[in-house]
Design a protein around this ligand. Sequence first.
Ligand SMILES: [Zn+2]
Ligand SMILES: [Zn+2]
Ligand SMILES: [Zn+2]
Length: 149
Amino acid sequence: MAHAKNNFRFEDLLDKHHLKKTGARLRVLSMMHSKNTATSQPDLETLMSDIDRVTLYRILNVFEEKGIIHKVFDLNGTANYAICHADCAENHHHDEHLHFNCTACKNVYCLNDLNMPRLTVPSGFRADAFTIYASGLCPKCNKKSDKAN
Ligand SMILES: [Zn+2]
Ligand SMILES: [Zn+2]
Ligand SMILES: [Zn+2]
């Protein structure tokens, strides 16, 4: 029961969004929380092969809709999912942090600790979400390329 404390937090999160606390939902949350990169659905399928694809698909959809996770795209255009850190709400995401696409390992990082300017759109537009991307080398791959030179 080493993870009891963590599970409790995830249960609170599901409560807050009026979602039933199923084992599969809790596992998806704790898996995504334990990673420092966004994760694609195929990767999640591999990591949690006992959860069937349809269930996983539904979990990701409802989490995204509720403002628990957000979608980001990697350089191949594959959707990846990451836990929301900002004050996201149902159908309204505020993940205005930088998404860093590493061109070497293809991982997508949510960089939450940067001070991003508050973004607005011209009048007449209604933005439901902002996604800001950068690409280059993540610290791990950057180190490797230093050694190679
Ligand atoms: Zn969000
Ligand atoms: Zn990398
Ligand atoms: Zn993010």
